[in-house]
Design a protein around this ligand. Structure first.
Ligand SMILES: Cc1cc2nc3c(=O)[nH]c(=O)nc-3n(C[C@H](O)[C@H](O)[C@H](O)COP(=O)(O)OP(=O)(O)OC[C@H]3O[C@@H](n4cnc5c(N)ncnc54)[C@H](O)[C@@H]3O)c2cc1C
Length: 490
């Protein structure tokens, strides 16, 4: 195991892409599971806070420690087994999505729910219940996690398979390893739309779903078993540029209706507003003049289907834009170029903020489909009055855009924060969620409190103490540590 005790040796672990800066006493990089177990059992006895670290691509300060120890999973990064017949992979939490995909591709398999950032670790992705560009079809990674191995805060290593431990409405009663658990779940229900806001809760839920999206507060994910899909034989990727925003939004609505009807529909449906295209033009000067863009990825299951699919898309696109304004990708190289284009935008935003020493002022809001236009118009209207540069882009297929202000100084940042609050309140009034995929971490806690109210946050704190009675794991993620200690005698 590697242990680093000098701050200058672990500076990069004290931040993530939110630009929140943390502090810690020590960094542990275990190379074996039993080392994780012994770090946690000792930390529990000494009441030493421990923050788990993935790749640090998170956007909410989740892996940023405020004190105590950092436990990085980077050396627990092996593929344990790939079963091509059952289409299952067993892998350790420190593997990057990029390496996972490369390895499973060798067996003609793919992890299609792959979130956009290839350097993220699987453990981080499961802990935030992340989703990717293909979320329109594949939704979040939650659906594909069949089993996890977790180290609890007392050091015990336990297996949580899907389909074994269910709540009876809101009551759990089960034995895990040597430990017996009996507890009531909080009383709120997670929204029925894409959401990563607080612990996932449903009546009669599966225990594994509580640990997916727990943001390092309930236990350390060591390993996961994932269900995979076959590599898609062929695809059609396209970036359509539109002269008018209204045409793009109508196009998107028609594509969403395809999904509702159950006919063929793309796996990715992503949006770039005019400012996003202008921002990207610095790197991609060939972006045609236009107002906004929609990226779609259509999987094609056979060569017989291909010409039908291409004809379909061409005629649909022509109803709203023109084919000479599109970028098409029908081979691997061009497909990667288009995906690179999509990925470039969040990267550029993070670079911009770092350059200007500003923290993220962005939304991760999703709203119910019927309210998407209202939310979109609200963004536009408020953005115009703000006079701060911004970009608005993302997973439009799931009614989930990332509105990002680009503040150049602290005055603009301060103003931007006020607008973000307005967006949050509007989304909640429409039945939306404050976080659809990035989680709450440390910087979105005030939004979660508005979403669920203090009573439900207190219930979350009580739930955490069931698995982490010493209150050492992922402190200040999801809810304030004050709630844990307020509840101490309850
Ligand atoms: C350019 C870019 C594009 C992105 N695109 C997307 C996207 O499309 N969709 C999306 O959902 N997100 C996206 N993100 C955000 C980020 O990649 C995800 O949140 C990802 O899940 C974080 O993984 P990580 O390994 O970097 O985790 P970290 O940032 O290191 O940690 C995230 C959280 O997980 C906890 N954690 C980490 N490992 C473990 C473990 N083994 N056990 C328990 N808890 C653990 C940490 O304590 C922390 O709370 C993007 C980020 C960037 C920079």
């Amino acid at each position: 195991m590697i242990v680093k005790e000098k701050k200058q040796d672990f500076l990069s672990y004290l931040e993530d892409t939110s630009n929140l800066k943390g502090k810690a006493r020590v960094l542990f990089i275990p190379e074996e599971e039993k080392e994780v177990s012994s770090i946690l059992s000792q930390a529990s006895r000494q009441r030493l806070p421990v923050t788990f670290s993935g790749a640090g691509t998170g956007t909410t300060g989740g892996r940023v420690p405020l004190e105590g120890a950092i436990l990085s999973l980077e050396r627990l990064n092996k593929i344990i087994d790939i079963d091509p017949k059952k289409k299952i992979a067993r892998v350790q939490a420190g593997i990057t999505l990029e390496s996972l995909e490369k390895e499973v591709n060798k067996y003609s398999l793919s992890f299609r729910a792959l979130p956009t950032e290839p350097l993220a670790f699987l453990g981080g992705v499961i802990s935030t219940s992340a989703s990717g560009v293909r979320g329109f079809k594949y939704s979040s990674v939650r659906k594909y996690v069949r089993r996890i191995k977790v180290v609890l805060s007392n050091g015990e290593i336990v297996e949580i398979p899907r389909g074994k431990f269910f709540a009876n409405r809101r009551r759990f009663d089960f034995t895990l390893g040597k430990l017996k658990f009996k507890f009531n779940l909080p009383t709120y229900t997670s929204p029925q739309i894409k959401s990563s806001a607080g612990y996932y809760l449903r009546d009669n839920m599966d225990l594994i779903d509580l640990f997916i999206g727990q943001e390092g507060t309930l236990g350390c994910i060591l390993e996961a078993e994932l269900s995979l899909q076959e590599i898609v034989p062929d695809y059609f990727d396209c970036l359509v540029f539109f002269d008018r925003e209204e045409s793009a939004l109508n196009f998107v609505e028609e594509v969403k209706a395809l999904k509702k009807r159950g006919s063929f529909y793309p796996c990715a449906l992503e949006y770039f507003d005019r400012n996003s295209l202008d921002f990207l033009r610095e790197d991609y000067p060939s972006i045609p003049s236009g107002n906004c863009g929609v990226y779609l990825e259509q999987e094609i299951s056979s060569s017989r289907e291909k010409s039908k699919v291409l004809d379909y898309w061409c005629s649909l696109i022509e109803n709203y834009s023109s084919l000479d304004k599109c970028w098409f990708a029908e081979d691997k190289k061009n497909k990667e170029k288009l995906l690179g284009f999509r990925h470039k935008l969040p990267q550029k935003i993070n670079e911009f903020l770092r350059r200007h020493h500003q923290k993220k002022s962005a939304t991760d809001i999703a709203v119910p489909s019927q309210h998407f236009r209202e939310m979109y118009n609200f963004y536009e209207e408020k953005a115009k009055t703000s006079q701060i540069n911004y970009v608005n882009f993302g997973h439009i297929g799931e009614n989930h855009l990332h509105f990002n202000f680009l503040p150049k100084n602290s005055e603009e940042s301060f103003k931007a924060k006020g607008y973000i609050w307005e967006f949050i309140r509007k989304a909640l009034s429409l039945g939306g969620t404050v976080s659809a995929e990035h989680g709450i971490g440390k910087i979105k806690k005030p939004y979660l409190e508005i979403m669920y109210g203090k009573t439900h946050l207190k219930e979350m704190a009580l739930l955490k103490k069931v698995f982490d009675p010493s209150c050492i794991l992922g402190l200040d993620n999801i809810f304030s540590r004050k709630l844990l200690f307020e509840n101490k005698n309850s």
